[in-house]
Write a protein of this length. Structure first.
Length: 152
């Protein structure tokens, strides 16, 4: 068991609040010291009350799923003796109503493109690496949404 800490902080400052015209921008501070600007998605709260340059929670879910999958894929590839030069995933999350009628992340598609040097694995080995990475990913094991992997 391990703990993972993130501090989320929003400060009103001198902006109005009760009229619902306040900034949704805030900071995510992680235990290693990294600070990421967060905000609501502009599709949820219009600009200027949201910050389109910041990371919204929906993007963070997609990024966490993609990152977790990638880290396991890299570990399994290295253990199998394959040399990965580059891994890029243009992942997409879809927000919609689920079977309960609640707005949720209804699907995430990971679209990794992996470049190898030396002896590259064949398609079956790559599929196996992705399957094992998906099965092991802590984040994928923690969400209700379907996570699809469509390697490029």
């Amino acid at each position: 068991m391990s703990e993972h800490i993130a501090t989320v902080e929003w400060v009103r400052g001198d902006q109005p609040f009760a009229d619902n015209h306040y900034s949704r921008a805030h900071d995510w501070t992680f235990d290693g010291g990294a600070v990421v600007r967060g905000s609501s998605a502009p599709t949820s709260v219009a600009v200027p009350m949201s910050d389109p340059a910041a990371v919204d929670p929906e993007e963070a879910v997609v990024a966490a799923l993609s990152s977790c999958h990638m880290l396991f894929f890299l570990a399994y590839a290295a253990k199998a003796g394959f040399i990965v030069d580059r891994y890029r995933d243009a992942a997409i999350g879809v927000l919609g109503k689920d079977e309960r009628g609640k707005v949720s992340m209804t699907g995430v598609t990971l679209r990794p493109v992996v470049h190898f040097s030396g002896a590259a694995p064949d398609a079956a080995a790559i599929a196996d690496l992705h399957h094992r990475a998906h099965e092991a990913c802590y984040i994928a094991n923690s969400v209700r949404t379907e996570v699809r992997i469509e390697p490029g």
